[in-house]
Ligand binder design. Structure first.
Ligand SMILES: O=P(O)(O)OC[C@H]1O[C@H](OP(=O)(O)OP(=O)(O)O)[C@H](O)[C@@H]1O
Ligand SMILES: O=c1cc[nH]c(=O)[nH]1
Length: 173
C-alpha cells in the first residue's frame, strides 16, 4: 500500500517553511545550508521565496556522506557531490535544511560536517517533512509537513530538479 502527496502539497510545505523562518528570523542575516541530496533543492526553493522580501540570505550545500554512521550506504550510493560553503561559517546563523527527518542520524552527521568549517553563532534545523521515529535527541525548529508514519514505512521524496517530478510517496511495509 502507498499514499502520495502531490506537487501542490510540496509547494505548501515550502511556503510554510519560508513563512516560519521569516517570522522567527525577521531581517537578521541567515545562511540556509541544504543537505545533499534534495535538502539542497528544498533550501534553494525556500531561499527563492525568502528573497522576494529582500532577506539577507546566504546559501550553501553540505555533502555528509563521509560523516555517516552507516558505511554500507556509501557503497550503495558512492557518488560524492561535495559541499559548497563559500561564506564564513564563524559567527553565522545557519539553518540546516533537509527533505525528510526520520531517525535524526543524517542531522547528527551534518552537525559534525558543518562544525568542521568553524563555529557558527547558531544552528537551527528546517525540514520539509517530519515523519517521526527519532533515534537521536534531534528536533526540527521549522517543519513544512508533518507525516504520521509507521516506523517500517518508507517515505520517498522526489523533487523536480533532482528527480524530474514533485511527489512524495509513503510506502507501507
Ligand atoms: O533522519 P534520517 O534517518 O537520517 O533520515 C533522513 C535522511 O534520509 C534521506 O536520505 P538518505 O539517507 O536516503 O540518502 P540520500 O540523501 O542519498 O537519498 C533523506 O534525504 C534524509 O537526509
Ligand atoms: O523513510 C525514509 C527514511 C529515510 N529517509 C527517507 O528519505 N525516507
Amino acid at each position: 500500500m502507498s499514499r502520495t502527496l502531490d506537487a501542490d502539497a510540496i509547494e505548501e510545505g515550502v511556503q510554510a517553511l519560508a513563512k516560519a523562518i521569516r517570522e522567527r528570523v525577521g531581517d537578521q542575516p541567515v545562511a540556509l545550508v541544504g543537505i545533499r541530496s534534495r535538502g539542497d533543492e528544498v533550501a534553494e526553493r525556500v531561499c527563492r521565496v525568502l528573497s522576494e522580501d529582500d532577506a539577507d540570505l546566504l546559501y550553501g550545500t553540505l555533502d555528509i556522506s563521509l560523516y555517516r554512521d552507516d558505511y554500507e550506504h556509501l557503497h550503495e550510493n558512492p557518488q560524492l557531490q561535495g559541499s559548497e560553503i563559500d561564506f564564513e561559517i564563524e559567527g553565522t546563523h545557519i539553518i540546516l535544511v533537509d527533505d525528510v527527518l526520520f531517525t535524526g542520524r543524517t542531522i547528527r552527521a551534518a552537525l559534525d560536517a558543518l562544525c568542521d568549517y568553524g563555529r557558527p553563532a547558531k544552528i537551527e534545523l528546517a525540514v520539509l517533512i517530519d515523519r517521526g521515529h527519532r533515534e537521536m535527541p534531534i528536533q526540527p525548529d521549522y517543519v513544512g509537513i508533518t507525516l504520521e508514519t509507521d516506523r517500517r514505512d518508507h517515505v520517498y521524496v522526489s523533487l523536480e530538479g533532482t528527480d524530474g517530478i514533485d511527489q512524495v510517496e509513503v510506502k507501507t511495509a
